[in-house]
Design a protein around this ligand. Sequence first.
Ligand code: GDP
Ligand code: ZN
Length: 295
Amino acid sequence: MIKYQGRIIKNYMGYYYVETESKEVFTCKVKGRMKQSLFSLCTGDFVAIETEGSEGMITDILPRKNFLLRPIMANIDLVIVSASCVNPDFSFLLTDKLLALAEAAKIPAIVCLNKKDLAPPGLVEKCVEVYEKIGYKVFPISAKYGSGIDELKAEVSGKITVFAGPSGVGKSSTLNAIEPGLKLVTGEVSEKIGRGKHTTRFAQLIPFAGGYLADTPGFGNLNMEEMVMEKLPTAFREFKLYAPSCRFTTCTHSHEPGCAVKEAVEAGEIELSRHQSYLTIMQEIKSKKEKDGRK
Ligand code: GDP
Ligand code: ZN
């Protein structure tokens, strides 16, 4: 029996595939006394294992630095919020939603703005201004023409990366520009069951740019349901500087008098589009709560 530490790169049919530092992969089960905490093990977790040949037992889970629920994944280094200038048009709201999800989960994020070859005048500059001011790096690229790819590749290099963004923005094109020939597994139709198509349901980490890429069902889909009201104000990082100065400690930065966040918006210190996104997300969470309450 040899003891190792490693990372779960796949969780499938009751087995955890654990990769060690020397890139050896062991097919592992969970040791009896760990089973109560089984629910909490997921792809991305660092674990301690005891091995026999190519098989092993997970004996312990190491502390997590962060965690996403949908897709279920731990210890992510970087979320790439993927957007395009046109087809589909750039959306400040969608970008802010995805950034907020990453922020609430304490995962560093960047904005990747694709199809800059088709950008309307001023859009790239506006994005750079809005997001770099609050500490999010923006990478304007053209996956199609290979422009800006080296910079993006350097940023993801050696990291565990999750791509987020709607279909059509060019995520597949971007991945292939960074790592030609890369094949996602879970996004593909793997079997046909009955009349419907069945895509692989598990999440896994695949080698990518010297690190890993989260290859998940519905690749690129981060689920906004993870955002809860309590986390929302802190999910907009630039609000944090002002929030302590609001008149009410329970201020939601929407309708209250003496709101320092709203004052900062009026003074042009906080971007209006960011505050509008915040209000929209808050409204969406409220509506969903009411709807769920009626069920
Ligand atoms: P995904 O759904 O996010 O994976 O997007 P795809 O990579 O499939 O790209 C969607 C469409 O956008 C395809 O028709 C691509 O050829 C096109 N596309 C991707 N990147 C660029 C780009 O940089 N410029 C232009 N003009 N089109 C692009
Ligand atoms: Zn306030």
